[in-house]
Design a protein around this ligand. Structure first.
Ligand SMILES: [Zn+2]
Length: 52
């Protein structure tokens, strides 16, 4: 499931850029930022505490 910069994260977790693979950590309720290289499309790879 893909996510995009500017969307609100529904859960805390890590997103991996679909273009360059850079990891971005997002907290639930926060807006998903662009990756450090300026891309805006992410593959979600959740890393939720207690739900590994
Ligand atoms: Zn990127």
């Amino acid at each position: 499931m893909a996510a995009h910069a500017g969307e609100k994260a529904r859960k805390t977790g890590d997103f991996f850029c679909a273009k360059c693979g850079e990891k971005v950590h997002v907290t639930a309720g926060d807006t998903i930022p662009e990756c450090p290289n300026g891309h805006d499309e992410f593959e979600t790879r959740r890393n939720e505490p207690g739900n590994a």
